[in-house]
Design a protein around this ligand. Structure first.
Ligand SMILES: [Zn+2]
Length: 491
C-alpha cells in the first residue's frame, strides 16, 4: 500500500488546517475538533487509501470550519444528525476548493460505499433522503440511492433548496436563520419517516412533530444515525485494517535520502546504458605483432598478429514526455503547481543524464516533448521556457502522446542501444486511453522501456501505474522519480 503517499498527504492536510494528524498502527479513527487532533490507523487496506484520504481531509475540514457555534445549533439527536449531514456538504465543498484532486479521492470513497446504497430499502427514509441530498449537492449524483420515495419527498418539500439555504446561513454565520432552516428540514424528515413507519395510521395529531417527540430514546433519531453510518459515513469500512507489517515496503529506499538515491540511480543508468560493441579484426587485416616473435619460433602463427579491437559505444536515448494540459496548473497539496514541479522533475533527469554523458562518457541522448491535445517536441536548449510558453490546444491525449513518443523513438535509426520513455502526467483521462497505452506498451515491450509517473495523479491512472508512482508534493518528487527509474532499469 502506498503508505508514503498516505503519510505525506495526511501531513499536509494537517499543516493546512492547523491540525495534528497522527498515524498509528491499528488506531481507531478519531477526530477531536477542540484539541485539533486527528488519529488515523497507519495500516489501512491498500484498496482503501483514497477513501481514507478523503475521510482524513473531511475530518480536517471539520476542524477548519465547523465551529462550536454550529455544533450548538442542534437541540436533539435527530437535529444533530441532520445538521451533521448538511455540514458535511459544506465541509466537502470547501475541501474541493482547496485541491481539485480531492474530488477523485472522494469519488473512490463513494464508489466503495455505493454497494451499501443499492440495497438500502430497509434503511430509514430520512437517511436515504439525506444521502441523496449530499450526493446531489456535492455533484456525485451518480451515487444517489435514487429510490422513488426519496425523490418524491425531496421534490415535494424543495429539500435541496432548503439544504442550500442552511449552508448559506452557516457560511454567513446567520445562526438564528440557520436554526430555523434546520428545524424546518427536521420537521419534514420526521413526518415523512413517521408516514413510512405507520402507513395505516391516517389520522395523525396535527401537532405531532418536533414538540411531541419523546425525550431520551428517540427511535427515529437512532434509525437515522444508523442509516447514515451505513450508507454515507462508513468509517469501519473506510478504515478497515490491513496487514500491520505489510505496506511500508518502500521505506528502505526512502530512508536512503534523495542524494544517495540519485547517486544510486546514476550508477544504474551507467550500468544499463554502457553498451559496448566489440569488433574483432581478423588476422589478415591485423598488424604484425613484434612482441610475439617467440611465437614464430614455436609455431603459433595466429599470435603473431595483434588483435585489433575497436570499441564503440552504442547509443541510447531517453525521451521525456511531459503533460502540459490545463489541469497541470492545479496546485499540489503543498501549494506547488503541478507544471512547475514537472519541469523541475524533468530537469533532475536531464541533469543526471548530462552527468552520465560527461563524466562517465556514456553515449546517451535525450529529448523532451510536451503534450496536451497535441504532441510536440521541445527544443533541447530552451525546453524549460518552451514548456510554459508554447500554445497548444488543451486536452489530455495521453495515449496519442504515448504512441507518438513510441513511434519517434522506435524510428530513430541512430539509436542502437536502449530506448526509454519517461512520461509524467496527472492522468485526467478516460479508461479507454489507459487501455490504448497498455496495448501500445505490450506491442513494443521488447524495444522500448516505458515509465509513467503520476503527478497529483487521478486514481484511475494510479490503478494502472501503481499508487507509489505518484508525486504528491515537492518534497517526495525526487524519491518517487528515482525509485521509479530504478525499478524500470532493473525490470
Ligand atoms: Zn462529517
Amino acid at each position: 500500500m502506498s503508505l508514503r503517499t498516505y503519510e505525506i498527504i495526511t501531513k499536509y492536510i494537517g499543516k493546512d488546517s492547523g491540525v495534528k494528524v497522527v498515524l498509528e498502527p491499528n488506531a481507531v479513527p478519531t477526530c477531536d475538533i477542540k484539541k485539533k487532533l486527528i488519529i488515523l490507523p497507519s495500516n489501512i487496506k491498500e484498496e482503501n487509501v483514497f477513501a481514507a484520504l478523503a475521510e482524513a481531509m473531511h475530518e480536517a475540514g471539520h476542524v477548519r470550519i465547523t465551529t462550536s457555534k454550529i455544533a450548538q445549533l442542534a437541540t436533539d439527536e435527530f437535529e444533530h444528525s441532520v445538521l451533521n449531514a448538511i455540514e458535511d456538504i459544506r465541509v466537502d465543498r470547501d475541501n474541493f476548493k482547496i485541491l481539485p484532486n480531492i474530488k477523485d479521492f472522494y469519488r473512490e470513497e463513494m464508489r466503495m460505499l455505493d454497494k451499501n446504497r443499492r440495497n438500502a430499502q430497509d434503511i430509514s427514509l430520512s437517511a436515504r433522503i439525506l444521502c441523496d441530498i449530499i450526493m446531489s449537492l456535492e455533484d456525485f449524483s451518480e451515487f444517489c440511492v435514487n429510490s422513488p420515495d426519496v425523490w418524491t419527498v425531496i421534490n415535494k418539500h424543495g429539500l435541496l433548496r432548503k439544504a442550500e439555504n442552511l449552508i448559506w446561513h452557516l457560511n454567513s454565520r446567520q445562526y438564528d436563520e440557520a436554526r430555523d432552516e434546520l428545524k424546518a428540514i427536521c420537521k419534514i424528515l420526521r413526518e415523512e419517516d413517521k408516514k413510512r413507519e405507520q402507513p395505516k395510521k391516517q389520522d395523525q395529531d396535527p401537532s405531532s412533530g418536533v414538540g411531541k417527540e419523546r425525550p431520551g430514546k428517540d427511535k427515529t433519531a437512532a434509525m437515522l444515525d444508523e442509516g447514515l453510518k451505513r450508507i454515507v459515513k462508513n468509517k469501519e469500512k473506510v478504515f478497515a485494517l490491513g496487514d500491520e507489517a505489510g505496506g511500508n515496503t518502500k521505506s528502505d529506499i526512502a530512508t536512503l535520502g534523495p542524494l544517495a538515491l540519485k547517486e544510486q540511480t546514476k550508477n544504474r543508468f551507467v550500468d544499463l546504458l554502457d553498451k559496448k560493441e566489440k569488433h574483432n579484426i581478423s588476422e589478415d587485416q591485423g598488424k604484425l605483432n613484434t612482441d610475439s616473435f617467440p611465437s614464430f619460433l614455436t609455431g603459433d602463427i595466429e599470435d603473431l598478429f595483434k588483435e585489433m579491437t575497436i570499441v564503440r559505444r552504442k547509443k541510447s536515448k531517453i525521451l521525456l514526455v511531459l503533460d502540459r494540459s490545463s489541469s497541470m496548473w492545479d496546485k499540489l497539496i503543498d501549494g506547488m503547481r503541478k507544471d512547475r514541479l514537472v519541469v523541475k522533475t524533468a530537469k533532475t533527469i536531464v541533469d543526471i543524464l548530462k552527468e552520465v554523458q560527461e563524466i562517465e562518457g556514456i553515449n546517451v541522448d535525450y529529448e523532451i516533448a510536451a503534450f496536451a491535445a497535441e504532441y510536440r517536441l521541445l527544443n533541447k536548449e530552451t525546453w524549460e521556457k518552451e514548456y510554459f510558453s508554447i500554445s497548444m490546444p488543451d486536452g489530455t491525449r495521453l495515449s496519442l502522446a504515448f504512441c507518438m513518443a513510441q513511434d519517434q523513438i522506435l524510428n530513430d535509426i541512430e539509436v542502437d542501444g536502449n530506448k526509454l520513455i519517461i512520461l509524467i502526467t496527472d492522468g485526467q483521462v478516460r479508461e479507454t486511453q489507459i487501455d490504448d497505452i497498455k496495448s501500445a506498451i505490450l506491442k513494443h515491450n521488447q524495444d522500448v522501456r516505458c515509465l509513467i509517473i503520476g503527478i497529483g495523479a487521478s486514481p484511475q491512472i494510479l490503478k494502472f501505474i501503481g499508487a507509489d508512482r505518484n508525486i504528491v508534493a515537492e518534497e517526495i518528487a525526487d524519491v518517487v522519480l528515482m525509485e521509479a527509474i530504478q525499478d524500470m532499469l532493473e525490470g
